[in-house]
Design a protein around this ligand. Structure first.
Ligand code: ZN
Ligand code: ZN
Length: 369
């Protein structure tokens, strides 16, 4: 194989991406070469872009991606079925070894001792096709690869590989039997997915809290039954409203996906006795939060964190979108798609914060869609 691949190299916060062309190295027998058709800019890409967290550089960012298998392969998909050249696929955000303590005994392959995460590693030979913001990506051994159902579009599929799988993986760690009320803290991509997931599980009350009116309007289209703008409503007023709609008991579940310090504090106030708080948003270091632990004890609360996701959650995420795509406008969540060579304006656009997701399509020519 003598093709060259364009990638967008990240050199550090505050520096522009550099478009680089390198020769594609034929994949090993346990690797899969994929031609990327769409990658979306995740909140954690923006954390790296702004320096809120660091990445080894140069790095090809991007982990919410879809593409087509670009060469014959003996690698099988996550269900053990053969993969064929041309198959539309998405893949877990990480590769795991399958043999270490976390992979084997603790059922936490997402915390594998030899964990590799796409879009977070140094781009260097032979692994320079490491991230989604490039024409091609090389999927390593230990990656869970899923075929995308024909009915699900690239735009619907790309963000679910990180955001929806993270939500479903987190919810899977909790027993939600007989739970009917929730508050979701943050109406970005994870919060929007959390709202529709909870509604589909029969939650009657799914309140959502954010500071951006437009995001709260969007989450209403994804099943939120109550929305509260923290810029206009005090936490005391929200607490009164939540206790009001739950017969004075407080909510059964709080899902923290905002990363804001106040979210965990508020969750402990708004949860009822026996409630659970799932926290997914503190994905950057030094997220110091002071809470009244007395509430955790006296309300018999469960506070559960989850990072990355179990690879099976990606299969759940694909199924979820395939089954519910008629009910929720998933395609509207990607507000603009840019060609790869316009990755710098694409990130600037994503930083404006009014679009839930901005996509990059490496084969797109001309102006952004
Ligand atoms: Zn992500
Ligand atoms: Zn492992």
């Amino acid at each position: 194989m003598r093709q060259r691949a364009s990638t967008a190299l990240f050199h550090g916060a505050g520096q522009p991406f550099e478009l680089s062309k390198q020769e594609i190295i034929a994949p090993n027998i346990d690797e899969v070469l994929v031609q990327v058709s769409l990658a979306t800019i995740c909140g954690s890409d923006l954390h790296t872009f702004t320096g809120r967290r660091t990445a080894p550089v140069p790095c090809v960012l991007g982990h919410e991606a879809v593409g087509r298998v670009a060469a014959p392969t003996q690698v099988r998909d996550a269900y053990g079925n053969p993969l064929h050249e041309g198959d539309r696929v998405t893949w877990s955000i990480m590769a795991a070894c399958g043999t270490c303590e976390y992979c084997n005994k603790r059922n936490l392959p997402q915390k594998c001792e030899k964990l590799f995460k796409y879009g977070h590693a140094r781009s260097e030979d032979p692994y320079f096709l490491n991230g989604g913001f490039g024409e091609w990506i090389c999927l390593r051994s230990g990656t869970a690869i899923y075929r995308i159902p024909d009915a699900v579009s690239d735009i619907e599929a790309a963000p679910l590989n990180c955001a929806l799988a993270t939500v479903l993986g987190g919810l899977a760690t909790l027993d939600l039997t007989d739970r009917a009320s929730a508050v979701v803290q943050g109406a970005g991509m994870l919060g929007i997915y959390a709202a529709c997931c909870l509604r589909e599980r029969g939650f009657e009350i799914v309140a959502c809290v954010d500071r951006v009116t437009e995001r709260l309007r969007i989450v209403e289209a994804f099943g939120a039954t109550h929305t509260f703008n923290l810029s206009e409503t005090s936490t005391v007023e929200i607490e009164e409203a939540l206790y009001g709609v739950t017969g004075g008991r407080g909510v059964d579940l709080a899902v923290e996906v905002s990363g804001s310090e106040a979210a965990l504090v508020n969750s402990l106030d708004w949860l009822g006795i026996g409630g659970s708080c799932l926290t997914l948003g503190y994905v950057f270091p030094h997220a110091d939060v002071t809470v009244d632990a007395h509430k955790v004890v006296t309300k018999c609360l469960t506070v559960r964190g989850n990072h990355n996701y179990h690879p099976s959650a990606l299969g759940d995420a694909l199924r979820f979108v395939e089954e519910t795509r008629e009910r929720y406008p998933f395609e509207d969540l990607v507000g603009a798609v840019y060609p790869l060579k316009e990755i710098n304006p694409a990130f600037d656009r994503a930083m404006q914060g009014d679009l839930i997701r901005v996509g990059i399509n490496p084969s797109l020519e001309g102006k952004p869609l």
